[in-house]
Design a protein around this ligand. Structure first.
Ligand code: SF4
Ligand code: SF4
Length: 218
């Protein structure tokens, strides 16, 4: 499958039309294939919790991927939060013949998991950043305060599974799009147009960074 990404159109290892896409055995076989390359490379060990979880499991089984349990195969895919850092650093991504694509393998695992085991409310909320952002912005001062109360974080961890130590992004007092509509200025450049992919993080969490970015274009 091709997608537009940093550096242009990229070829990803994610074919939802493949008849084996949701086949559990095929999924674990693909995980083992990818893991067998990653365990010998280990370049991505510092990027996220997925790789340490994988390498710990491999080391527990003396380098034998075949001995990994289903839980051990699943954990690295569960922990991936799709930043794609490993994808852009990995020398073995498509079109390389090994076609290593860790984030899309994780995505495939999560599609399989949600289809077969359903999604928790927390997972649904975490994926719907627009809904969470729209509901939070009008109450930003309260949300920002409550999110930093240790007792609330303990409850949040118990109910939603959000680790009490996780640093939560602040909520903007207004969305970036609403601020931009009021403060729009002409941009420099040949045709006076700029495409800005502001993402949910600028829109709901980091308004000041959005303003700073716009200064570059003015
Ligand atoms: S994703 Fe690529 S670079 Fe990262 S550990 Fe695996 S094989 Fe190595
Ligand atoms: S895409 Fe997933 S596996 Fe790769 S570095 Fe990011 S979180 Fe880790």
């Amino acid at each position: 499958m091709q997608e537009f990404a940093l550096g242009g159109v990229k070829d990803f290892e994610f074919n939802i039309k493949d008849p084996n896409f949701l086949n559990e055995q095929a999924l674990w076989e693909e995980a083992k294939r990818v893991y067998s390359k990653c365990k010998d490379c280990r370049m991505c060990v510092t990027y996220c919790p997925s790789f340490p979880a994988l390498f710990d499991a491999v080391d527990r089984h003396e380098d034998d991927i075949e001995k990994l349990s289903k839980d051990e195969l699943a954990l690295p895919l569960e922990l991936c939060f799709h930043c794609k850092q490993c994808y852009f650093k990995c020398p073995y991504t498509p079109p390389h013949e090994w076609r290593i694509d860790f984030p899309h393998l994780s995505l495939r695992y999560k599609v399989w998991k949600f289809k077969n085991k359903g999604a928790k409310l927390t997972d649904k909320l975490m994926l719907n950043t627009d809904l969470v952002g729209k509901l939070s912005v009008p109450f930003a001062p309260i949300v920002n305060r409550v999110n930093n109360i240790p007792a609330f974080r303990v409850i949040m961890e118990g109910v939603m599974g959000v680790d009490r130590r996780a640093k939560l992004p602040p909520i903007n007092s207004e969305t970036f799009t609403s601020w931009f509509r009021k403060n729009r200025k002409p941009v420099k450049g040949e045709n006076g147009k700029v495409a800005l992919f502001y993402t949910c993080l600028l829109n709901y969490n980091y308004l000041e960074r959005g303003k700073a970015l716009l200064k570059v274009f003015e």
